[in-house]
Design a protein around this ligand. Sequence first.
Ligand code: DOR
Ligand code: ZN
Length: 453
Amino acid sequence: MGDSLLLRNAKLVLPEGVLNDIDILIEDGIVTRIGRGLEAPNGVEILDVKGKIVIPGVVDEHVHMREPGLEHKDNFTNGTLDAAAGGVTTVIEMPNTLPPVENHKILLEKAKRLVSKAYVDFALYGVIHDGNIDEFDEMVYAGAVGFKIFLGPTTGNIPAPSDGTLYEALLKSAKFKVPLAFHAENWDLVKYFTEKVKSTGRTDPKAHTDARPPICEEEAIQRIALYTKKTNGISLIVHMSAREGVEILRRARNEGVNIWGETNPHYLLLTVEDYEKYGTLMKVNPPIREKEHQEALWKAVLNGIITNIGSDHAPHTEEEKKKPVWEAAAGFPGVRTLLPLMIDQALRGKIPLTKIPELLSKNPAKLFNLYPKKGTITIGSDGDLVVIDPTAETIIRKEDFHSKYPLSPFIGWKLKGKIVYTILRGTIIAVEGKVLGGPRGQWIKYSIETIHK
Ligand code: DOR
Ligand code: ZN
């Protein structure tokens, strides 16, 4: 159940277009009417947003909130508080926690543990490797909305599956219509290039980028595209960083392969030039690359080749981040800054405003079978909304984060636009970055009935 609320005078921004002077009625958490000059039912709270932008709550399909097992880095309470403050009303939580989410029991335990701490709604990934492909079906029945497969090394060091397991997982993806999200870097090539660059004695932060050149992604994405085509599976290439990967994605999508691409704000907003300023703070896997890659990513975002934008929220401790380049942890918190950074780009004219709900809400919700409950504002969908003032400014400050270690390269950035309200199922859960009330998030499960009807 949720609350009732009548939003008045919204500038409703959806991928399909923009409508002015719109009223949206949410009753018991569900959108029941959209129109002009709606009557307020008795006793329903009214929120006049006076022409401000209203978009669907963001569905961040890519967060690592570290609970259970890695709470020294951060926890689910802090992560979902940051989500609420940042206009994210649903998060899809990655499985590289401890223990890794590799069977249905662990999945159910994780869900049980997180639900009492969730400030926003959440769904869960399972992980697939060579040792647990037999668990796939049970994890789906237990509620996993997707699976993560790590083809390259990163936090948690979950081994890459053999090609046979990969193929089998994609067959199952086709059968259940659940997507597989790939960390697409070729493990052997990453190892090879890392040794090569290390042996030169380099310790500058950019050495990390040179140790994971684009071919690592190119090879992995090519293989995934081929297997996805042959199996009719559904795949998502997460955190795309390289021009070469985009090119393969473009070809595969043009051929009709069910392959989706995600990138993250840091690849769109930072380049290797920024290592001078941020050092290992901006170390992330795959690495941030040169300008030409950034330009290819923007192009792909604009022309619909890259379909999704998530945060890859991945907090670590200060000690872990500040180590020398080869040992420093990869990743940083992002769920708090995802929407503010992208809104800023839209308000600066880099991308149409209507692309924001498409890339951050609609497409992630569609891919993970959460649409139209999540990811849009239509009759019958959850009343998850974000109200944005396009005339105000935001300065990203350390104090805005709930993370244990707010180590974001974006601190200090001055942005156009400001998130004024985050609304979850009809309840205002954050006002200007301040979270109100307690954890009321729900666990959203894979539902075989809705998907296969
Ligand atoms: O930099 C990264 N950090 N990339 C990943 O793929 C995982 C993430 C993490 O969990 O720390
Ligand atoms: Zn990630």
